[in-house]
Design a protein around this ligand. Structure first.
Ligand code: COA
Length: 158
């Protein structure tokens, strides 16, 4: 399995995986993850922009004959001015196609993303997971992440 930086040519395949990732999150918590219908189209332009630039952290793992079967997308975010830390890396999405799970691919993508953030001078990396997503938390913990903020949610009128 080859892990590499994504190019704009990878975006259509990644957008399909994003759709599945959104559906999964929506099934876990439809209030928190109520995505719009045209999410795939909206994501295409956002992903294409993320695949460019010297500080891109958009990785794909591909099988020669099949193309990308997993991806991770991170960005560099500016922290607000009250904090000493000026910027941090954020891992938005990670997906491994079902047929390729439990082979260590998720961990390789996360470790490569950590290296990539290091290469571009980013000192802290953050991410969030759905409360239901124990598997992802185990994976991230095994790569050195710890729990930080815990988000709470209440729907009004209920
Ligand atoms: C979570 C996900 C990325 C893991 O990918 P993967 O390639 O199967 O993971 P790996 O084989 O690298 O596993 C690494 C570690 O993750 C944890 N893990 C992975 N799948 C797990 C599962 N189903 N249950 C519990 N722990 C799991 C384990 O700690 C595992 O280490 P181990 O094999 O030594 O026990 C994959 O299941 C996936 O795409 N899930 C749906 C999308 C998602 O949840 N994305 C993350 C949130 S943005």
């Amino acid at each position: 399995m080859n892990i590499r930086l994504a190019t704009p040519a990878d975006v259509p395949a990644v957008a399909k995986m994003v759709r599945k990732l959104c559906d999964l999150h929506q099934s876990w918590d439809p209030a928190r993850y109520a995505f719009r219908e045209n999410i795939e189209q909206m994501e295409q332009s956002w992903l294409t922009d993320r695949a460019a630039g010297p500080r891109a952290v958009f990785l794909v793992a591909d099988r020669q004959e099949r193309g990308p079967v997993a991806f991770l997308i991170g960005t560099v975010e500016r922290e607000i001015r009250i904090y000493k830390l000026e910027e941090f890396g954020f891992v938005h999405d990670l997906w491994v196609e079902e047929d390729y799970r439990n082979e260590g691919l998720g961990r390789q993508l996360v470790m490569r993303a950590i290296e990539r953030f290091e290469e571009i001078g980013v000192k802290q990396i953050r991410l969030d997971t759905a409360a239901a997503n124990e598997a992802a938390r185990k994976l991230f913990a095994s790569c050195g992440f710890r729990a930080s903020v815990i988000e709470m949610l209440k729907e009004n009128g209920q």
